[in-house]
Design a protein around this ligand. Sequence first.
Ligand code: OFO
Length: 169
Amino acid sequence: MLPKKVEKILNDQIQKEDYSSQLYLSMASWAENKGFEGVSSWLYAQAEEERLHMLKFVKYVNDRDGVAVIPGLDTPPAGFGDVFEMFDKVLAHEKFISGSINEIVAACISENDFTTQNWIQWFVTEQIEEEASVKTIIDKLNLLGKNNLYMFDRDIMSMRGGGGAAPAV
Ligand code: OFO
């Protein structure tokens, strides 16, 4: 049985993962409309991955006799400046998510819920990979510069690292 405090923070995370999926879907659509085929493919794949993260939380809460609450969808922003600005926003969002995963670990410790503390380690590792993968993309983007965006767009899918693998739900 999940402690109430842990059930609540896991439900908050369901909402955040769902929002991550919507945010990246909005970015994917924005990039597609600007002609960035590769960038939009990367973001569509990222949106799918976030949905799988959300489902992983839903399943876990229900498996532990908690009640997973399926949240309503907040409308994400629709404009992201340029590709440089957009990836800065992706990194900022991933850092925000890493912070909330850390808060879950802290809640597990304070409630002596060592089962969830063990389970959530997958996400702790995942966040290291997610942040590293976005930082690599930003480095490449800066290296190539705004005159080589065609090349960046062509190559971005080959930069999808281990963090791109879909987790088992
Ligand atoms: Fe769910 O890892 Fe990104 O946000």
